[in-house]
Design a protein around this ligand. Structure first.
Ligand code: GTP
Ligand code: MG
Length: 428
């Protein structure tokens, strides 16, 4: 029911049906209301609402799902006419997230998003909450049931937020510990094949399923991209159109992995007829989380499922810089690795740094933040030979985010000179 284009509407509804099935429902019937007749009070027009009411009764449906988010008023008005349970798209997505959450972080993030969704929508339907959580004696004097629920939810939200702050802190520390590696995140529409590609590249066994939002939390693996070149590859939560904004905010801990990566691999399902829409949804979401300008390699996945060779040929013409793979069949992975390596190299600066061997702290820091490509030892030239006998010359590759660190070290020792004839290689 979004957009004005009939094909867009069909795609969105088909996706809603897939979401519903992922949540365990069986879709009996879909109804597409006319876009011109959207009503403020009941979302669909009066005639359409009556049609839906009859359909629900006839089919004995348990659940009615709207593809748009309903306002509180709309929901209440529709509930007056139709007796079965009613959900909107956001509530359905939240339900799937809740079902698929496995890690403590994902569960905390989902619960926060759910409560923030519920809070402004508190109506009689939710008045059981205080009985579940608090029991007798929780209600303050003169408070209505809804006020009590609101207060309980508010307290729970604060607790969950505190918990997420702690998780963030732990994760930041973890990421610092592995900062010398280039960090790459797999991003893309849900079900595009990110986890399958992760398994193909990292030899891992993260869960990959024909299910929306199979992955909710991020997983990071060390991958040897080319001999000797280690990178960190992270698989993470997928995106979808009309992703509830609250959900994006609650998933900060998971999405920080994307924010802090150097390069993104944007995985697309080439066999999906709506891949262009999906691509732009992913772009918009990346902009929303402020990573729209990160160096990105497009990866067209599922090329094994394309109709014919011509389709692949046309895609390659249209996206000459992209990689074309089948993560499932292991096709095109070495071309992907080549393109990724080239992209990494183009974004990284190579520096030559001279540091006195006595400054162990600086040397350790450089080893942590940079890839050391070459190193040799020598003696410092006059007038430094007295203070600094030995100098280490490091040729390093460093991500833009560390350029300042390197510049300040170079500044500190900018006058150091080497005696070239004394250069020795550590292996020599
Ligand atoms: N035909 C074909 N199917 C694939 C390919 N790669 C992945 N799939 C299938 O696509 C479905 C989704 O794969 P996942 O790797 O779970 O996708 P994802 O992007 O991680 O999805 P979410 O975590 O749910 O967002 C699974 O059924 C995979 O087997 C491919 O190259 N070809
Ligand atoms: Mg996945």
């Amino acid at each position: 029911m979004s957009g004005t284009n009939r094909e867009d509407v069909d795609d969105s509804i088909r996706e809603l049906a897939l979401l519903a099935e992922t949540a365990g429902a069986t879709v009996i019937e879909t109804v597409v209301p006319s876009v011109q007749k959207i009503k403020v009070s009941t979302f669909v027009g009066t005639g359409k609402l009556e049609e839906i009411r009859l359909l629900v009764e006839e089919e004995e449906a348990d659940l009615l799902i709207f593809d748009e988010d309903l306002s509180n008023v709309q929901l209440r008005n529709i509930e007056k006419e139709i007796t079965c349970k009613i959900l909107d798209r956001s509530a359905l997505i939240l339900d799937i997230f809740a079902r698929n959450a496995r890690t403590a972080t994902a569960m905390t993030q989902v619960e926060l998003a759910q409560l923030e969704y519920i809070l402004p929508r508190l109506t009689r339907a939710w008045t059981h909450l205080s009985r579940q959580k608090g029991g007798i004696g929780m209600r303050g004097p003169g408070e209505t049931q809804i006020e009590t629920d609101r207060r309980l939810i508010g307290t729970r939200i604060s607790l969950l937020k505190e918990r997420l702050v702690k998780i963030d802190r732990q994760r930041t520390t973890q990421r610092k510990g592995r900062s010398q590696f280039t960090r790459i995140s797999l991003v893309g529409y849900t079900n595009a094949g990110k986890s399958t590609l992760m398994n193909g590249l990292a030899n891992s066994d993260v869960l990959a399923e024909n299910k929306l939002f199979a992955t909710l939390d991020s997983t990071t693996r060390q991958v040897e991209l080319t001999p000797g070149r280690m990178v960190l590859l992270s698989d993470t939560v997928g995106f979808i159109r009309k992703l509830p904004h609250r959900l994006i905010e609650s998933f900060k801990s998971t999405l920080d992995e994307v924010r802090e990566s150097d390069i993104l691999l944007h995985v697309l399902d080439a066999s999906h007829r709506g891949f262009r829409d999906q691509k732009s949804v992913v772009h918009k979401t990346l902009e929303e989380i402020r990573v729209g300008d990160k160096p990105t390699l497009l990866v067209f996945n599922k090329i094994d499922a394309l109709e014919d060779a011509e389709e692949l040929f046309d895609l390659k013409q249209e996206f000459p810089d992209a990689a074309f793979v089948s993560a499932l069949r292991g096709i095109g992975l070495s071309d992907l690795t080549d393109k990724l390596t080239a992209l990494i190299d183009s974004g990284f600066d190579i520096h030559d740094v001279l540091i006195p061997v006595t400054d162990q702290k600086a040397i350790a820091h450089l080893r942590r933040i940079a890839d050391v490509l070459d190193e040799s030892y020598a003696f410092a030239k006059a007038p430094y030979e007295d203070e600094t006998h030995a100098v280490v010359q490091l040729k390093i590759r460093v991500a833009p985010r560390y350029s300042d660190d390197v510049s300040s070290l170079t500044m500190r020792y900018r006058d150091l000179k080497l005696l070239p004839e004394e250069l020795t290689h550590p292996d020599a």
